[in-house]
Design a protein around this ligand. Structure first.
Ligand code: ZN
Length: 381
């Protein structure tokens, strides 16, 4: 008796870091889920088969830091076209909205998008509402905008979408408030049993003040930012507070963005065996035309800095899903969500730029080819 699948991808090189798979196999989907992963899956005449020889198939990529409330916030880009451009099946929006405007985002974008969207809800009433090339007002600068009570209420009522609480800290986002906005976010996270994600820019507060306050499961984004507030001390060694935070279970996310990623810092962190837990783009209106472009370019930067391909993929699949608390994402186990990314590695000479206008020439580039979401083949447009 031949099993009926909806879609089979054959002859692809499968990389599933969580299951330790790094070889040629076929993968099949049924009813929107992963249904088989083995060699020579038997097929009926009716089933849709894609021959992917020369391509790599990974669990559906997760971009842990994005801004996709297009039209609702000046920072937002279109979720589905971004997802398509980089073969990302899950977008995590971090802080575009707060409790005051969450339901607009849910109704107008999250419910209508093909890509899965999960969010970190901002603790400030309307999230990142004034971020453009003309107007920059830090939503954490004004303590009157902090809205912990409504944040708890909205987060508790929407745990299918809200995976954590976001706050932005630093000279450009919280002004002179120091860690006061962080204290509010921690209180909210504690009350609704969710981790928090913290953005850091220039001091105040300092990098070490911030990581010292984080609890296991919390995540620091922009973790490899350059001077000021980098994770390194004056001698170029990783600050002890950073290592202590990691050993306590605090996570470190890249969140490249327009101002938050330095090749120099990344090189020094990798040389000290400190890989980021998650590599993410922090894609938004002001960085989508460079230096970020997309998630596969961000992944390519780490690949060219010497991080092994499997670890690069792990940081955008297994690790992200684990931090999000979604065990049916980020792996190709039978029964997991039917999401995969189809990638190709191109060899050549490629120019990469970080957020400090520093450049590297790399000899490889991870390119997005297509993806499958909920078992449905989605061609790259
Ligand atoms: Zn961001």
């Amino acid at each position: 008796m031949m099993e009926d699948f909806d879609l089979i991808l054959s002859n692809a090189h499968i990389i599933d870091p969580e299951q330790g798979i790094n070889e040629m196999k076929d993968i099949a989907f049924r009813n929107g889920k992963i249904a088989a992963l083995e060699n020579g899956i038997p097929r009926s005449k009716e089933v849709q088969v894609k021959n992917l020889s020369g391509s790599i198939v990974t669990p559906g990529l997760i971009d842990m830091h994005t801004h996709v409330y297009w039209g609702g916030t000046s920072i937002g880009i279109d979720a589905d076209s971004y997802s398509n451009s980089s073969a990302i099946s899950t977008l995590v929006d971090t802080g575009s909205v707060g409790p005051g405007n969450f339901y607009g985002f849910k109704k107008h974008v999250i419910e209508k998008s093909r890509a899965r969207i999960l969010i970190y809800l901002h603790v400030s009433h309307a999230g990142i509402f004034a971020f453009s090339d003309k107007v920059m007002f830090g939503e954490s600068e004004e303590m009157r905008l902090m809205d912990p009570e409504t944040a708890i209420e909205v987060a508790n009522a929407n745990k299918d979408i809200i995976v954590g609480i976001k706050v932005r800290l630093g000279k450009w986002t919280s002004g002179s408030n120091g860690i006061r906005p962080l204290e509010v976010a921690l209180k909210v996270g504690g009350a609704c049993n969710l981790p928090i994600m913290v953005h850091i820019d220039e001091p105040p507060p300092t990098y070490s003040e911030v990581v010292k306050s984080l609890r296991p499961g919390d995540i620091l984004t922009h973790c490899f930012r350059g001077f000021l507030n980098s994770p390194l001390d004056k001698t170029g060694k990783i600050m002890p507070e950073v290592l202590l935070a990691r050993s306590r279970g605090v996570y470190f996310d890249i969140g490249h963005g327009s101002k938050s990623f330095s090749f120099d810092i990344a090189r020094k962190m990798l040389a000290q065996n400190f890989y980021p837990d998650t590599i993410s783009s922090d894609i938004h209106r002001l960085c989508i035309d460079g230096p970020v472009y997309n998630q596969v370019t961000t992944l390519s930067k780490f690949y060219n800095l010497g991080m092994p391909l499997v670890e690069v993929i792990r940081s955008s699949t297994q690790n992200a899903a684990n931090i999000l608390g979604r065990s049916s994402l980020g792996n190709l186990k039978i029964g997991s969500e039917g999401d995969v990314s189809i990638l190709k590695i191109k060899k050549g000479s490629f120019d990469y730029v970080d957020s400090t206008e520093s450049r590297i020439i790399g000899d490889k580039k991870i390119c997005a080819e297509a993806m499958v979401i909920n078992g449905e083949w989605i061609k790259k447009t």
